[in-house]
Every structure is written in C-alpha cells, then in structure tokens.
Design a protein around this ligand. Structure first.
Ligand SMILES: Cc1cc2nc3c(=O)[nH]c(=O)nc-3n(C[C@H](O)[C@H](O)[C@H](O)COP(=O)(O)OP(=O)(O)OC[C@H]3O[C@@H](n4cnc5c(N)ncnc54)[C@H](O)[C@@H]3O)c2cc1C
Length: 184
C-alpha cells in the first residue's frame, strides 16, 4: 500500500495479494443485455467469492458509474503505486472458469489500475523528535483495503489530534501531539 513520507518509511515485506480495479460510465453496460440489469435500478453492489479470489462490482451515482475490484493471491513484488496501469488480459486469466458475467463487466473497462497489497512493519513512532510533526492516516498506519478501515481511521486520527490540540492549548502543542499518539 502507499506510504507518503520517505523520512518515516520502514520495512516493506513482499506482496500478499494483488488487486485490480476499474471505474467507467454505464454506457456499454446498458447496451449489453447481460449487464444492463446492474445499471437500470439505481445503485447496486454484487460480489463473487472463490478460493483466494474475490470480485466486487458496484454501481454508484444512481447506476451511472460502474466500478469493480478483483483481489487475488500474489507474491510478486512491484513498485509502490496507487495508479500502476493493469492489463485486461491478466484479469481475464484470473477469471478463467468464473461466472461469465464477471468477464462481461470487465470487458467494458477502458483502463484499470493494478495495486499490490503488501504488509508493512509498524512504524516505531508517528511523532518527530521534538513533537512538532505527526503522521496521520495511511502515512502512520496503512490498512489493507480488504479491511475497508483506512479512511475511517484517518478521520478518527483527525478528530483525536483536533481535540488534543484544543485541550492542550497553543502553548502546549508537543504535549498534544504525544498524547494523540498514546491515545491512538
Ligand atoms: C480502492 C480503495 C478502496 C478503499 N476503500 C476504503 C473503504 O471502503 N473504507 C475505508 O475506510 N477506507 C478505504 N480505503 C482507504 C482510504 O482511501 C485511505 O486509507 C485514506 O484515503 C487515507 O487517508 P489519508 O488522508 O491518510 O491519505 P490520502 O487520502 O492518500 O491523502 C494523502 C494526500 O496527500 C497528497 N500528497 C502525497 N504526497 C504529497 C506531497 N509530497 N505533497 C503534497 N501532497 C502530497 C496526496 O495526493 C493525497 O491527496 C480505500 C482505498 C482504496 C485505494
């Protein structure tokens, strides 16, 4: 997963899974009788789950936009990026033998991204030496997207540091920063 601050970057262990994803308008989905139903009834969410693979497809904005993610086991490594382009042929390979509707959805995708999901060692601290800099959100504690927790935890970080700063007052910023870390 992505980490933004090289100064705090710690060990990255090899990938444990790979995730492909795409987002696109519903135009071609509606033209295809196999996929039309996903876009004419407002927002939908569907998932297909098998050994070491899951394919999730949703429509948003009242069925106008479509997006999917395909997660599968993978131990190869890759440069870190949230925008590394993926290849449809690789997705088709993973979907071989699956419900053909999955491929019918994927075929409509003009471009996709390829994320490697990797474990990271926890950082020893989120606070700089003099407690003037604090890491929040993914930079402090990246979550695997399969847990769907990164954004919520980043927001909780934001609320926590806001309360700590308010309670500590302007003259006590380092204490607020340190207390935030202890609380989180
Ligand atoms: C496909 C996907 C699905 C997800 N689903 C969920 C979900 O269902 N629920 C959930 O809770 N979380 C989910 N997440 C995780 C969530 O998006 C992240 O955990 C969250 O966005 C982290 O927030 P953040 O503010 O720490 O970092 P970010 O949202 O990544 O914000 C960091 C910002 O810093 C900017 N930046 C980077 N470097 C610099 C620089 N040098 N100078 C200036 N700016 C810079 C970036 O452009 C970015 O805008 C998902 C993530 C992905 C990729």
């Amino acid at each position: 997963m992505h980490q933004y601050n090289p100064a705090f970057l710690d060990g990255i262990t090899p990938a444990l899974a790979n995730r492909f994803g795409g987002r696109f308008p519903n135009t071609d989905m509606i033209k295809d009788p196999r996929t039309r139903e996903f876009c004419i009834n407002g927002d939908t969410f569907n998932g297909w789950i098998g050994p070491d693979v899951h394919f999730l497809f949703s429509t948003i904005q009242g069925g106008k936009d479509c997006c999917w993610v395909l997660t599968h086991r993978d131990e190869h490594d890759i440069d870190e990026s949230w925008s590394f382009p993926g290849k449809l042929e690789e997705v088709y390979k993973v979907l071989e033998g699956w419900d053909p509707i999955c491929r019918a959805i994927v075929e409509k995708t003009p471009s996709l991204v390829d994320w490697k999901l990797v474990y990271r060692d926890p950082l020893p601290t989120w606070v700089s030496k003099h407690a003037r800099i604090l890491l929040l959100g993914d930079a402090a504690h990246p979550f695997l997207p399969t847990s769907a927790q990164g954004a919520t935890q980043a927001m909780e970080d934001g609320v926590t540091i806001a309360v700590c700063l308010k309670k500590a007052g302007k003259g006590n910023v380092p204490a607020a920063v340190r207390v935030h870390q202890e609380l989180r």
